[in-house]
Each structure stands twice: as structure tokens, then as C-alpha cells.
Write a protein that binds this ligand. Sequence first.
Ligand SMILES: Cc1ncc(COP(=O)(O)O)c(C=O)c1O
Length: 385
Amino acid sequence: MSDQASSTVRFRPDVLAVPPYRQGAAPTKPGFKLSSNENPFAPLPEVLEAIAAHTGVNRYAAVAMPELRETIGAEFGVPGSHVHLAAGSVAILYQLVQAAAGAGDAYLHAWPSFEAYPALGLASGAEGVRVPLTATAEHDLDAMADAITESARVVLLCSPNNPTGPAIRRSDFDRFMARVPADTLVVLDEAYREFVTDPEAVRGEDVLGDHPNLVVLRTFSKAYGLAGLRIGYGVGDPAIFAAAASVAIPLSVTGIAEIAARASLTPAARAVNAERVAELAARRDALAAALRALGLAIPEAQGNFVWVPEALISEGGVPDALALAASFADSGTLVRPFAGSGVRISVGEPESTAEVLRVIREHLVALGVPVADPAPEPASATAVD
Ligand SMILES: Cc1ncc(COP(=O)(O)O)c(C=O)c1O
């Protein structure tokens, strides 16, 4: 019985039926934390200085934040009025689904995908419809277009897809959008867009102007390393964000988060962050190549994480995602298991790559899975595939 169900207070059965969002476990011993797709680099010194100088926290932040919105909008070629800020992009996901899809309506998303998606419709009573990924762990956009019924008010696209890694190709996105009715909201969740190196991948900036029913979501949590400050944004039609604002929790974006975001967008800070992102993408590619060299046919990795499908780590056909995560935890490293589908491993510190490979290799050997000879240890910043 869940904690909620044991209370004497009566809750909605549909709420009790959905498990709460599960955060990556907190470390209990020294090791690598590769369970929440965080940025392993320490915050930029100028960001920390800007935060420290903001002492007026006895006041609410002025919520309009025009300078930050203008700066973000310029990247997309739109005015600041087309930019919507929230305490994390996950908050905008909630707002948009709640604003557009009510009781009797549906919203669609791929599955497996971001673990927060299934609960987004709870507040409004909208039904979440899961469309399975393809065999290569990509969005099945034809199946998603087929699933758009009269009641489908929102479609969520996650590119690159968390937890599996592939990005949506531009050509597939265009074909999909041509089939979406103009009154259906499409949310392109690009939380990991900065890490994408596939030139064929869709990019919000390139497609936003073509679709008035499209919102692009980005965040300062991943590439900018501000996960703990909670600030993300959407870019799209101001009329869509006016509806989102009606269901938003007021006053959620803090002044400290705004200041940190602005300090992250100066030319100097952007340059350092771009180098860091390139290094993480190279580290990801090196890890993915080394896993493939072990014999694991893992999917394309375009975020700051790799995905090991459960089928690759089964023992005699018995699902094993939790067992692999337990092997990691025993050695002090935290990864994110998805029971029944696979294990997601974030790209972390340079030394984490060798540790990830060591644990997986030993796990496979213990399972009796044939393992190729160890590849030479990948250099931390060198792409090898
Ligand atoms: C696909 C995706 N979207 C959105 C988010 C939310 O990020 P935040 O609320 O920190 O901006 C995450 C976080 O992990 C994510 O993986």
C-alpha cells in the first residue's frame, strides 16, 4: 500500500494509481552519481559570484524578467514576449498539458521517455497515451501521428529522448508536423539539445517559425549546470504561454535563478559552457563506442547519457536492469534503472568512464554473456566512433 493510500484522507483514485516522480537516488558512499543526467562540471565562478552578490532575497523576484527573455528570444529570432520562464522546464510541461488537456482529453508521448510525462495530466484529468518507441529506441512518429484522435490535445516529443538517447531527425519531424492538426499543441522537449552532434537532428530554432502550434522547451539544468536552481524556458506563441501562465504556480522562478541564468549567457560564459558541452559529448561518444566494443548494441546516444537496453543484459531471458544497477551501487556508482526496459547511465567525470566499463564488463562476465576483449581505455575528451 502506498503512503497516500494508508491515510484516512480520501484521495482521487486516478492520483493514487500513478506513482510519484522518482528522483535519482542520493549517494550513500563515495563514487560517481550518474543517475540524474546532471552536469559534472562545477558551476562557473562568475555564476557563483553573481549569485553571492544577490542579497535581496527578502523580496519576491520581479517575475517579468524581460532582459533574460529577450536574450533567450534572440537565439530563436523572436522577441522576449515569445519566451516563457518557469522553475525548470518540467514546470512548463505541467502547465501546458494542464492548460490544453482536461477531463476526457488525451495527451500523447513516446514510451519509454521522460519519467515525469505519465503524471502530467493528473491535475486536469487528461489521459496520457503512451506510444511505444521503435526497435531502435526512437520515437515512432508515424504511430504517434496515427494515434492523434479528436481528443488528443497535446503531443510531447522528447529529442534527444530521455532515457534512450536518439534525437528526432528533421525530416521525420517535418513529416510528422504535416499530419498534426493546427489546434493540437506539439511540445518539442529539447532538454538535452546542446549535446546533440547529429547534423540531421531537428533543432527548435529551425522549425519554430513554421508552426504556430509548436512550443520548444529548453533548460538551464543540463548544459548550463544549474539543475539545483530550477530554471527552464519555453519558446513559442505568446497566446499559448498566456494559457500556461493561468495554471502556473505564481512566483516560482527565483531571482537567484534568473541572475544565474543571465550570468550563464554572457559571451564569456557561453564560450566556456560550449567547450564543456563539447567535452561531455565527446566523453559520451567514447563511452558509447567502448560499450559497443564490449558487444552491447546500444542505441544512438545524443544526450549526456547512454542507454543499455535490458535485453542486452538478460540472464537466460530474465530481465536484469535492476541487477545491473545493484552491481553499480555496490561499487558506489549510482545509475538509473528502468525495470523492464533498461539502465540509463549519465556521462560524468572523466574517471567515471573506466569505472562504468569495469562494472558492466564484470556484470556481463558474471551473467555468462560473451564479452569482447577490453578496448583500450577511451581518452576522456576524444570521440572514438
Ligand atoms: C526530457 C526532459 N525534459 C525536461 C526535464 C526537466 O528538466 P528541468 O525541470 O530541470 O528543466 C528533464 C529532466 O531530467 C528531462 O529529462
